[in-house]
Design a protein around this ligand. Structure first.
Ligand code: SF4
Length: 424
């Protein structure tokens, strides 16, 4: 989500004559697009802002802007200005599209803070976007979230959920496809609850699947919420031409007690039923998840319930996290468990998931697949490609023309998170 927002900020600055530079020493404007979902991300950003003090001292005309949801936490913008008085502009995640206007106001005003929530009537369409890739793209279908999971700050900083007009979504996707994009990821905090008049998520998926301006393209979406993930969505994916057989379904915890405390609104049994339904109806679907350990009140038994789901669901990949306390959320008021216990559980969780992922990865060896060549990794000197189920396959090839195309690959080796393949 933040990557795509950065593309919008880039596009906006680009359309006003600025160009992107990776040479921070010579930049005229430095924009930090922040995220406050986890405490570690926030600490990292603050440390990077601290690093800019010397640069600002050298170049008094340098403009430093902090945008994104970190700034929308209560009192945060004022605190940033107090600690880092060389910051010029602070904008909330719903105000960053006004960045250029505020840059132009800077000579008159000394410091600018603008934090506003997004309302239905000011959803902005058709803004310029400077996309990082020519071949894959992100398209927002919803903004904000109504779910109020007790550990999560998103609904407080990003506001209530708003769904985009499906016509606008279809038009954006059609244009991207006409311009050579081959893989599109639909974005939203909970894409499954998309609803615009009589169009729900399932209908939107069918509309997108029926776009016929080009023959070959793949559609992915994230993030799903198990409470809204229904059989119709599974059926639509199973019968689609372009929807990838790949589903990211955050579990968070395998314990009903913890799921209830998290306000996730599903049980472990319901979650496992969805997994069974997916596996029964979408053969070889790649299922990935998010899992958190160390939530308040989590006992060893609760943790073992999470491990139990890991063993039953067999995720091809899991994003694993230690619970991070976010001020202003209900969970931050609950009794916290110790750092040692959290550390022990995350290590055991990762070890178990790595075993599962490695076993699943080995099953790809000697089989052939269609893969989309999404980028070239300059550091490791290989192409990064992705299978329909989401699995990453690295490929050594000197043929640069394969970038942005679908290729046939044979898997020759397997690691935990990526496979090694060769073009056939
Ligand atoms: S669904 Fe829950 S975890 Fe996801 S953004 Fe909304 S409140 Fe946060």
């Amino acid at each position: 989500m933040n990557v795509h927002e950065s593309e919008k900020i880039s596009g906006l600055l680009n359309s006003h004559g600025y160009s992107k530079t990776y040479d921070i020493e010579n930049a005229d404007i430095i924009v930090f697009n922040t995220c406050c979902i986890r405490d570690t991300a926030e600490k990292k950003i603050l440390s990077k802002i601290g690093d800019l003090k010397a640069l600002k001292r050298k170049n008094k005309d340098l403009i430093i802007a902090i945008v994104g949801c970190m700034t929308q936490q209560k009192g945060k913008a004022e605190n940033i200005l107090k600690s880092y008085n060389y910051v010029d502009i602070i904008l909330g995640s719903n105000n960053h599209l006004d960045l250029v206007k505020y840059i132009n106001e800077l000579p008159k005003k000394k410091k600018i803070i603008k934090i506003e929530s997004l309302e239905n009537n000011n959803l902005i369409e058709n803004f310029p976007i400077c996309r990082d890739s020519k071949y894959k793209a992100y398209v927002n279908i919803t903004y904000g979230c109504n779910n109020y999971c007790t550990y999560c700050i998103v609904p407080y900083v990003r506001g209530s959920e708003i769904s985009r007009d499906p016509e606008k979504i279809i038009s954006e996707i059609t244009n991207l496809l006409k311009n050579g994009v081959k893989e599109i990821t639909l974005l939203g905090q909970n894409v499954n609850s998309y609803k615009f008049e009589n169009v729900d998520f399932n209908k939107l998926l069918s509309m997108i699947d029926n776009i016929d301006v080009v023959e070959n393209f793949w559609i992915r979406f994230m993030t799903s919420h198990p409470k809204d993930f229904n059989s119709e969505i599974i059926e639509t994916i199973a019968n689609s031409k372009h929807l990838c057989k790949s589903i990211h379904l955050p579990l968070q915890s395998g314990s009903n007690k913890i799921l209830n405390l998290m306000n996730r609104k599903y049980t472990r049994e319901q979650y496992l039923n969805i997994i069974k339904n997916i596996k029964d109806n979408i053969p070889n679907c790649g299922i990935t998840t998010d899992i958190m350990v160390g939530f308040p009140y989590e006992t060893e038994k609760d943790f073992l319930d999470t491990i139990d789901i890991l063993e039953k669901a067999k995720f091809i990949n899991a994003f694993t996290f230690v619970y991070s306390k976010r001020n202003g959320t209900p969970a931050s008021e609950m009794p916290q468990i110790s750092a040692e216990i959290k550390k022990d559980r995350i290590m055991r969780l990762i070890k178990k998931q790595n075993e599962i992922a490695k076993n699943l990865s080995n099953k790809y060896i000697n089989n052939t697949y269609t893969a989309f060549v999404e980028s070239y990794d300059n550091k490791n000197k290989h192409f990064i490609t992705r299978l329909e189920d989401g699995k990453q396959v690295n490929i050594n090839s000197s043929d640069k023309s394969i970038l942005g195309t679908f290729v046939k690959v044979k898997i020759i080796n397997a690691g935990i998170s990526a496979l090694l393949g060769e073009i056939i």
